[in-house]
Write a protein that binds this ligand. Structure first.
Ligand SMILES: Cc1ncc(C[n+]2csc(CCOP(=O)(O)OP(=O)(O)O)c2C)c(N)n1
Length: 364
């Protein structure tokens, strides 16, 4: 027997009833994006902008020097340079409290350490395998670590830093120390299963973590479009109710603004945020990469039109800083990098007895 019209409408599924919490969730998931759209760039003082510029130039000159030392055979093993991506680490980490908050990243880690104020001498000494290095000369480029500075690596295993970072965030919550963890990973790493297991736990337990996907366009030689079904990485947390926002990672002030929005949200106890930082690496994946998977023109266009340092410099000039002042800053930073390289070069290698310290030597 046919049902009445009234009964039919009572039993029919409502696709989007007003009380559906899913609808509210979607609005909440977009709320940070809307806040960022409303004001997309940080209103930096002249002093702050100058500081961001200095930090980015320091990272670039440091990385150029590391590239030279690698060419001379003074750096062994792998070496992944951060040139082009400087605005990401500088913009994000300038919003952290280094006494409280923790940072973890992958193997492309020199810039993140410099942005956290760690002495360039200790980083260069680590790169060249010296005892004075931040990991006592035994970690090298990929495995830098400093508990003192709340910098937890430096990880060669792609994606490991996401689950380890989730653990760091759990630690912050457990200790109730008010800290937030910033966990960086690449577009390639973001296709790993452990990333989503971590997202689930972090969201469920409202852990204080900002997940940062540095989308530099390539995972080694694989372009994003060839390796990722969803290339809008900021949406990758949606299934776990993690709000995400896309950010121009070549503009340090846009990055800083996104950092403020994300960190305020996370520090207030709302759980994780996912940031997608769209950026570009100018150099090969590592020093041994001939980069045949992209054209020279593509790289040149990014350098000419989107360079984060050039943009910050142009903004400083507009604010009345003179060319001479900028030259003086650049000269000073070159001096700091030369000093770091000289320090590393004249430092001794670790003692032979150090071969069996800080490593697991027992049977497990
Ligand atoms: C578990 C694991 N798988 C594979 C590798 C080899 N590997 C090193 S880097 C890399 C690509 C990672 O790309 P992405 O996450 O985009 O980071 P990017 O190098 O662009 O910063 C791969 C596959 C590895 N180190 N660890």
């Amino acid at each position: 027997m046919a049902k009445t019209t009234a009964n039919s409408s009572a039993t029919a599924p409502d696709p989007a009833p007003a009380s559906d919490p899913g609808g509210e969730d979607l609005i909440q998931l977009r709320s940070l994006q809307l806040a960022h759209q409303a004001e997309s760039r940080y209103q930096a003082s002249d002093e702050e902008l100058r500081h961001f510029y200095e930090q980015m130039v320091l990272i670039r000159r440091f990385e150029e020097k590391a590239g030279q030392l690698y060419g001379l055979g003074l750096i062994g093993g792998f070496c992944h340079l951060y040139i082009g991506q400087e605005a990401v680490a500088v913009g994000l980490q300038s919003a952290l409290d280094p006494k409280l908050d923790s940072v973890i990243t992958g193997y492309r880690d020199h810039g993140h350490m410099l942005a956290y104020g760690i002495d360039p001498k200790l980083i260069m000494a680590e790169l060249t395998g010296r005892a004075a290095g931040i990991s006592r000369g035994k970690g090298g480029s990929m495995h830098m670590f400093s508990v003192e500075h709340h910098f937890y690596g430096g990880h060669g295993i792609v994606g490991a830093q996401v689950s380890l970072g989730t653990g760091l965030a759990f630690g912050h919550k457990y200790r109730e120390d008010g800290g937030v963890c910033l966990a960086y990973f690449g577009d390639g790493a973001s296709n790993q299963g452990q990333v989503y297991e971590s997202f689930n736990m972090a969201s469920l337990w409202k852990l204080p973590i900002v997940y940062v996907i540095e989308n530099n366009g390539y995972a080694m030689g694989t372009a994003v479009k060839r390796g990722s079904a969803e290339t809008h990485f900021y949406r990758r947390g949606t299934a776990f109710r993690i709000p995400g926002l896309p950010v121009n990672g070549m503009d340090v002030l846009e990055v800083r603004q996104a950092a403020n929005i994300a960190i305020d949200y996370v520090r207030a106890g709302n759980g994780p945020v996912l940031l997608e930082l769209n950026t570009y690496r100018y150099r090969g994946h590592s020093m041994s990469d001939p980069a045949k998977y992209r054209t020279r023109e593509e790289v040149q266009e990014m350098k000419d039109k989107h360079d984060p340092i050039d943009h910050a410099k142009a903004e400083l000039l507009l604010r009345g800083v003179s060319e001479d002042e900028i030259k003086a800053i650049d000269k000073r930073l070159r001096g700091i990098v030369t000093e770091a390289a000289d320090f590393a070069d004249s430092s001794p290698e670790p003692d032979l007895a150090e071969l069996s310290t800080d490593v697991l030597v027992e049977n497990y």
